[in-house]
Design a protein around this ligand. Structure first.
Ligand code: GLV
Ligand code: MG
Length: 349
């Protein structure tokens, strides 16, 4: 077993010191683009101004024939642009693919200073992280990087979900996780063909009405992802990492997308993927706390200035625990306001 004292030591001579804390920055949407697509690549600097995180995708949705073009395109975009306070991420190909080694080697050594986070798909267990962790440390040392690259895992295999806590604990490089509902559904042999969201067959039905036993019985669709999101949020937050919802494939159903995003916001996620420019505004709206909640939370903080004791605010009991809930809301609002003038004005900071 490795000594806990070594956890924050670099895994290669000359690699930067691992981070003690995960940087918390506005992360409402991870906007995906395909760097092999010249039209998308051209628009990337412009889109970067509208999002919290811009991600160059190399994995699924990039055709096999375009894998190398995606890598070259991403390296060029990273090299030629300064994205300011927008984070730059990339999703590389999975560890068992023929592209992983070149993806990670080229990106870390050629544009490692520009990249905040590498997203690793199809993570199965701690062994995947240990391999990537040491390899990245060697490449960071070779490139002489000053700050460590962080790792974000996609939770999208049954084995990965079974091992979610050990994955979260595997390295100080773990920045967070996203749910990958499409691969996860396939891996679990779930019988949905949708990318995220609910399913009309996954429901509970009201009991028969005793007055009218043959009458119609209402049904309530349930959230297929609730269990996995709950496990992911706890595993991430327990180590100071950030949980995200992943993709919502029905671009033509913005209302259901908003509902799916909001369920995960309420459960603790900080953001979601946007696969299409129309989903940027949805994520921004959902993952920025509602202004009326922020106003309420500020009132509770003012009513309990040192965060202890008990008071009534508008007939509702407030104590140390509800003060902490309100502080979560106000701290997030302040974080968003620090980047987004529109929300700064809305929250009155
Ligand atoms: C995302 O990668 C997914 O498989 O849903
Ligand atoms: Mg996937």
């Amino acid at each position: 077993m490795r000594s806990p004292r070594d956890f924050f030591r670099p895994l290669a001579l000359g690699a930067p010191e691992p981070l003690r804390d995960i940087p918390v920055r506005p992360s409402r949407m991870i906007h995906f683009f395909d760097p092999s697509n010249p039209r998308m690549a051209e628009k990337a600097p412009d889109i970067a101004r509208k999002v919290d995180i811009l991600l160059g995708n190399m994995e699924d949705a990039v055709a096999i024939d375009n894998k190398e073009a995606a890598r070259e395109g991403f390296i060029k975009i990273a090299r030629d642009n300064d994205f300011g306070d927008t984070q730059l991420w990339t999703r590389i190909n999975s560890l068992d693919s023929p592209w992983f080694l070149d993806d990670v080697t080229r990106i870390v050594t050629e544009v490692g200073e520009k990249v905040d986070v590498i997203m690793l798909p199809k993570v199965q267990g701690a062994w995947d992280i240990h391999y990537a962790d040491q390899l990245i440390a060697q490449l960071e040392a070779r490139a002489g990087l000053s700050k460590p690259i962080q790792l974000h895992c996609i939770l999208e295999t049954a084995l990965g979900v079974a091992n979610v806590e050990e994955i979260a604990n595997a390295s100080p490089r773990i920045q967070g996780m996203s749910l990958g509902p499409a691969d996860l559904a396939a891996s679990r042999r779930m019988k949905t063909t949708r990318i995220g969201g609910g399913h009309p067959g996954y429901l509970v039905r009201n009991d028969p009405d005793p007055e009218n036993p043959e009458g119609p019985r209402g049904t309530h669709q349930q959230d297929l992802w609730h269990y996995t999101i709950g496990r992911m949020v706890d595993a991430c937050v327990a180590v100071g990492a950030l949980p995200f919802y992943g993709p919502f494939g029905a671009i033509d159903d913005p209302l259901a997308c908003e509902d799916q995003f909001r369920n995960t916001f309420l459960m603790g996620c900080v953001g979601a993927w946007s696969l299409h420019p129309s989903q940027i505004a949805i994520a921004k709206n959902v993952f920025s706390p509602p202004a009326d909640e922020v106003v309420w939370a500020k009132r509770v903080l003012e009513a309990l200035p040192d965060g202890s004791g008990a008071v009534m605010v508008d007939g509702k009991m407030q104590d140390d625990a509800s003060w902490k809930q309100c502080k979560v809301m106000v701290d997030l609002a302040k974080l968003i306001a620090s980047k987004d003038p529109e929300y700064k004005a809305l929250y009155g900071f």
